[in-house]
Design a protein around this ligand. Structure first.
Ligand code: SF4
Length: 375
């Protein structure tokens, strides 16, 4: 159980060397002058947020560096930023500090600087262990870089290592996916995230599919791949605790669990989102505007919405149902909803022990639609 005063911090580093064809995130290409501008603006944002009372009396239970590719910044700068954060806000003695990294972009020396500088968890965007899968999704780097990066992270002292994988890639067969899972297991990570590829509007991949340069996603095959991942990872001793996330005992990602349990978090960096005291707010998704605003001593906020009790309840249900342990039944009952829950249970999508309600294995494949039915 997380104490009520605990909160998470998310730091968004919006740089990559290339844009993958499936990626719809706000991104900047990693040029030296842009990185320097960002570093100075982010330092300023930490100081300004520290002067505001938004986190007054709160303790950081997790700090998550995501992107983009956080390791686009030199490791000594990441460590320096972490020091500024830790002198600005108190951190829990067990604080989890995750950094995302591209396996092809880090050296053993970089990882040692990060581990010695206080980062406790590393998450590599492996995507697949087969290089052929990289071509249609425009993912740069070599598949063998993941094994090298994991080995280097372990040598540097990281015990908590996540690998992100994607399935349902264009041209990927069930056998290919199983091979990726098996090769990944040989690296012995403590945490694995398996995401179904989604085709985002406006991406190069969406265009390639429309123009028949790349085959479309086979929805049924993708569902079957999700089921195979559940089986193979369970056999390998991983506990599935969320639709896409699997951990060795005790190695779940504390920061992400915060999102799924209605926990609060402050986001820093361009496009970062926050949820504090029932209010959602976000930073502008533009590096120039972000830096200009901070130069003028203004936080780079672009929107701010106070959630109504109904909206908070809806979020708690939508996110809570993603967890394998589900949500307390008491929190979501009501005459109309009870009959919908009964209908979803009869269809094999939900199940209950009369105290909690959770998605079945079939329900996990259609989680968004199930949550929609309850509102
Ligand atoms: S590495 Fe990640 S953030 Fe960067 S372009 Fe690829 S998918 Fe997007």
């Amino acid at each position: 159980m997380t104490p009520a005063s605990d909160i998470g911090l998310y730091v968004h580093i919006p740089f990559c060397q290339h844009r993958c064809h499936f990626c719809a995130f706000y991104l900047e290409m990693a040029h030296v002058d842009r990185l320097a501008r960002f570093y100075s603006a982010l330092t300023h944002e930490i100081v300004l947020q520290g002067q505001s009372d938004v986190l007054h009396g709160r303790t950081l239970q997790s700090i998550y560096w995501g992107g983009g590719t956080p390791t686009a910044l030199p490791p000594d700068q990441l460590v320096a930023l972490l020091k500024v954060i830790r002198t600005t806000w108190p951190t829990s003695p067990t604080v989890e500090i995750t950094v995302e990294a591209h396996p092809s972009s880090v050296t053993c020396e970089d990882l040692m600087v990060l581990a010695e500088g206080g980062f406790t968890r590393i998450s590599f965007g492996a995507e697949s262990m087969r290089e052929q899968d990289f071509i249609p999704i425009g993912r740069h780097g070599r598949a063998c870089d993941t094994a090298t990066a994991v080995q280097a992270a372990r040598t540097a002292g990281f015990l908590n290592i996540n690998l992100d994988l994607m399935y349902g890639l264009p041209g990927q067969s069930q056998q290919d996916w199983q091979q990726t899972l098996e090769l990944m297991l040989q690296l012995d990570p403590s945490h694995v995230s398996c995401y179904a590829l989604t085709i985002e509007e406006g991406t190069r991949l969406a265009q390639d599919i429309v123009q028949s340069r790349v085959p479309p996603v086979d929805d049924q095959l993708q569902l079957d791949m999700g089921a195979v991942a559940e089986q193979i990872l369970a056999q390998a001793g991983f506990v599935q605790y969320e639709i896409s996330n699997y951990a060795k005992p005790g190695r779940h990602c504390r920061h992400n669990v915060l999102y799924w349990t209605g926990g609060e978090y402050l986001g820093l960096g361009p496009s970062a989102q926050s949820y504090v005291s029932g209010t959602r707010f976000g930073n502008v998704a533009d590096l120039d505007q972000y830096a200009t605003s901070l130069n003028e001593n203004r936080l780079p906020l672009t929107d701010c919405t106070r959630l109504s009790p109904g909206e908070q309840e809806r979020d708690a249900l939508v996110f809570g149902l993603r967890l394998l342990r589900g949500v307390p039944l008491q929190a979501i009952t009501g005459a109309e909803r009870d009959s919908e829950i009964d209908r979803l249970i009869a269809r094999g999508l939900l199940t209950t022990d009369h105290e909690r309600l959770w998605l079945t294995s079939l329900g996990r494949r259609y989680a968004d639609s199930v949550a929609e039915c309850l509102f």
